[in-house]
Design a protein. Sequence first.
Length: 154
Amino acid sequence: MRIDTRVEINAPASLVREKLLAFSEHADWNPFFTSIELVGCDIRDSDSQVKPGDRLKVSMKDVRSGKVSTFTPTVLSCTAKKFEWRGSLIGQWFFSGIHTFEFLEKDDSQKCVLLHHETFSGIAIPLLRPLLKGTQTNFEAMNNALIEVCENGC
């Protein structure tokens, strides 16, 4: 099962990536991922130095119900073009999600196309499918907030 979103942001891809990786600022603008922190790793000068293998502590808030849950995914990729993590419940065989942000340059690097998607797998998908129905709405709310913070600094 996969959920896909795509938005165009009137800002360079490097700025969009910078805002997304400024974990300490998520509480100020992100209605979905309200908190993201690096856990169990060396202190770094900035969140943008995240590397594969790092663990994150992510709090996500359903924009409709307000319910908050926390999970600890592992970073799979953190490049200029892609930021990706994997979270799982019990184990990857049971329920797993690979959450991906891709930053594509457009119009001589003045705009960014953000591909924001997640691929879910595991034997629990049929049981958890009803709980995943709001995921598209949550992604869209986050994308719209990211557009606002990148284009207007709000």
